[in-house]
Design a protein around this ligand. Structure first.
Ligand code: BEZ
Length: 211
């Protein structure tokens, strides 16, 4: 059975480029992003890891710990890290898990045998402070992910958690948001002092509350 939204992200122990970790303990009370790479010394993965290293301050700002995974051993990751720094202009500044026995890849459903029977696909899991899976995305090996989109979803998830709002199509940080349908107008009056525009009784639009 594959992991579904709301499931507890399975705990595991692993070797990483930052030393051995126990996943849940490493996450602590932070949000987390766990993302997989088909294998080491591959071009698309090299660009992705450089991009995430450059975006690390954005993840830190949101209290999100990032961790990558590739099915090769940590000794290979360490050699590959030199290439990432040389070609992407950023050194690896987050842990990369070595998963040569594919234990974690299996646990998280990152192997899709009908796409590739040995390497992982490009999976992304966003995990909340409650250790539950909040987002999962699966990309094919040949398509690099858009990490701006992953930050955008994290912004939306964190707004929902703190302010009981949902975010509309193509929402970006700073745009208007939607008051969740389960909130009564009476409660909304106290929660959203800037007011809202009701396009329909179920579609109440309000300025982003933390701006
Ligand atoms: C890559 O990272 O470039 C890649 C890895 C596996 C299959 C295709 C592309």
């Amino acid at each position: 059975m594959s992991l579904r939204l709301g499931d507890i992200a399975p705990d595991f122990t692993a070797d990483t480029t930052a030393g051995p970790i126990r996943f849940h303990e490493w996450l602590g009370s932070s949000w987390g992003v766990l993302f997989s790479h088909p294998r080491d010394f591959t071009p698309v993965c090299t660009t992705e890891l450089g991009r995430v290293a450059r975006l690390k301050p954005e993840f830190d700002k949101r209290n999100v710990k990032v961790i990558g995974l590739s099915v090769d051993p940590v000794s290979d990751h360490t050699l590959w890290a030199g290439d990432i720094e040389e070609t992407q202009g950023a050194a690896l500044n987050f842990p990369l898990i070595g998963d040569p026995d594919r234990k974690i890849s299996e646990l998280y459903g990152m192997l899709h045998p009908n796409a590739d029977d040995t390497a992982t696909v490009r999976s992304v899991y966003v995990i909340g402070p409650d250790k539950k899976v909040k987002l999962s995305i699966t990309y094919p090996a040949s398509t690099g992910r858009n990490f701006d989109e992953i930050l955008r979803v994290i912004d939306s998830l964190q707004l929902t958690a703190s302010h009981s709002v949902a975010t509309p199509v193509d929402w970006k940080d700073g745009d208007d948001v939607i008051i969740v349908a389960s909130m009564s107008d009476a409660d909304a009056k106290t929660r959203f002092p800037k007011g809202w525009k009701a396009l329909k009784p179920y579609l109440r639009v309000t300025p982003q509350p933390n701006k």
